[in-house]
Design a protein around this ligand. Structure first.
Ligand code: FAD
Length: 496
């Protein structure tokens, strides 16, 4: 059997892409997913469905890739990325937020105006109307209202206004950064992942085949043309076009395993060099973060159908009007009776990460995030922690008596040390196979997401984003799938 398009990875972008591509009954689409593939929404395990639970992202759990990460030299952690149909959208926080206009306008060949139709097409916004919002897409978007909004969320927003942060009523509304409710892809307490939205309703299409438990090991190349893929068990699948949508860790790994990447790194790993692309796995970005904890008993009473992350403050720290600092409120404690948290994150970091590969497809890449390598990033992290401390004080929300420092009373050195010791990651890795024009030696794909210098091979996932957007990337992963379907069909929507 030969396919018109094989999509490798049934995650956020891969599901959106396969769903849209298979709308054309004349195109035979095969979607391959390494993890399990359910056939109806109710078959997802409870912790995958339940938006109140973040249990499914446990790196030790059955639905994740256990990704080891070195955040700074010697400081290691583990991240659980989705490994099931739906991908990371099935295990994530369900915050559905778009990048800023500045992010989208900085991507070569892409822009806010050109991507807007695809964000709109994907969404069914149940709160907001107008040209910036969709009302008929497969992804429901809601903000916590009424009984779904926690008491601590109200206090957080009031405190933000008290310290001078403007309100940002619609976080997907192209407004100046400020304090507002977090949009979420949720319906009646269910995390509406990309498989639920884009694939499961269409399993009866004769031209769409979805296979779970198939781990692809490499792309098959005939000269400069991709002709199919090979699984780790040796199965070979032919296709007219191969699309890698395996996410920002596994996609660069698959490129490397296929002999596409930085030549010295490939040789050092014992891999063949078929096609030199120095940017594979190099120069990626992610959001560094730390948590401030504060006791708040009302957090225990958050409605079971509400997401835990309910509101966020985005700040212009002085010279980034798009807002490069984020304070995200987790209104529900991570454990019953525990604290609430503010996650303080750097949204436009300068520091860049590097990934290196092994010849065995079962050996995960080695990731060095190199967080806070620049003085600029360290200064910004101090700033966001201090602003969060101000906000808590203004809201009468005391910090934990032990453990969490009040950044306002620590000097730079002491605060740097605390941040370094408590550093974490938002798990938003992007840019490990960046898009760019032909004159950019580090670009891996062109603005139409085709691997430079090869035919029949595209990348459609968060690997291609030139830098991590200033907001979470989940909504953008879906947008990539939506737009790539049009690019493959040879058409693009008129800018809105
Ligand atoms: C715990 C967690 C919480 C997050 N919370 C948020 C949030 O609330 N809001 C937000 O905006 N962002 C969030 N993110 C980030 C966001 O979810 C991801 O950036 C986005 O979903 C990535 O989409 P993707 O299509 O690039 O990859 P994924 O959705 O990760 O999909 C990749 C898919 O490819 C499959 N795959 C990989 N390798 C192979 C192979 N060799 N063969 C076959 N299949 C393969 C994987 O199993 C997976 O299903 C979170 C991420 C994590 C991990």
């Amino acid at each position: 059997m030969s396919w018109d398009v094989v999509v490798v990875g049934g995650g956020s972008a891969g599901c959106a892409l396969a769903g849209r591509l298979s709308e054309d009954p004349g195109r035979r689409v095969l979607l391959l997913e390494a993890g399990s593939a359910v056939t109806e929404p109710g078959a997802f395990p409870t912790d995958v469905r339940d938006v109140a639970s973040l249990g499914a992202c446990d790196p030790d759990g059955p639905h994740t890739w256990d990704v080891g990460v070195e955040l700074t030299p010697g400081h290691r952690t583990r991240v659980g990325r989705g490994r099931l149909l739906g991908g990371s959208s099935a295990v994530n926080g369900a915050n559905h937020i778009r990048p800023t206009r500045a992010d989208l306008d900085s991507w070569p060949g892409w822009s806010f105006d050109e991507t807007l139709p695809y964000y709109v097409r994907g969404e069914r916004d149940l709160d907001m109307t107008g040209p910036l919002h969709g009302d008929a897409g497969p992804v429901p978007v809601v903000r916590p209202a009424g009984e779904l909004r926690a008491a601590v969320t109200e206090r957080f927003l009031e405190a933000a206004v008290r310290v001078g942060v403007p309100l940002e009523i619609d976080k997907n509304g192209d407004q100046p950064p400020g304090a507002g409710l977090m949009p979420a892809n949720v319906r009646r307490g269910v995390r509406v992942n990309a498989a639920i939205a884009y694939v499961l309703p269409h399993l009866d299409r004769p031209n769409l085949t979805v296979r779970g438990d198939v781990t692809v090991a490499r792309v098959l190349l005939d000269g400069d043309r991709a002709v199919g893929v090979e699984g780790i068990d040796g199965e070979r699948i032919e296709a007219g076009e191969v699309v890698l949508a395996a996410g920002s860790v596994c996609t660069p790994q698959l490129l490397a395993l296929s002999g596409i990447g930085p030549p010295d790194d490939l040789r050092a790993a014992g891999l063949p060099v078929h096609h030199e692309r120095p940017g594979v796995g190099r120069g990626y970005t992610d959001h560094p973060s730390v948590y401030l904890s504060f006791p708040d008993t009302s957090g225990d009473a958050v409605h079971p159908e509400a997401p835990g992350a309910q509101a966020a403050v985005h700040l212009d720290a002085g010279d980034d009007p798009a807002g490069d600092l984020e304070i995200l409120l987790f209104a529900r404690p991570f454990a019953p009776g525990g604290s609430c948290h503010l996650m303080c994150a750097l949204q436009a970091p300068e520091s860049r990460g590097v990934m290196t590969f092994a010849a065995d497809p079962r050996t995960p890449p080695r990731l060095e995030h190199r967080y806070l390598a620049s003085g600029h990033d360290r200064a910004r992290m101090r700033q966001v922690v201090r602003r969060a401390g101000e906000l808590l004080a203004a809201g009468g929300m005391a910090l934990e008596p032990t453990g969490t420092p009040d950044g306002r009373t620590l000097d730079d050195r002491a605060l740097d040390a605390w941040i370094a010791a408590h550093l974490g990651t938002s798990a938003h890795l992007c840019g490990s196979a960046r898009l760019g024009t032909a004159d950019d030696p580090d670009a891996v794909v062109d603005p139409e997401l085709r691997v430079h210098g090869l035919r029949g091979l595209r990348v459609v996932d968060t690997s291609v984003l030139p830098t991590v957007p200033r907001r979470g990337p989940a909504a953008t992963a879906l947008m990539l799938g939506e737009r790539a379907a049009d690019l493959i069909a040879g058409r693009v929507a008129a800018p809105l």
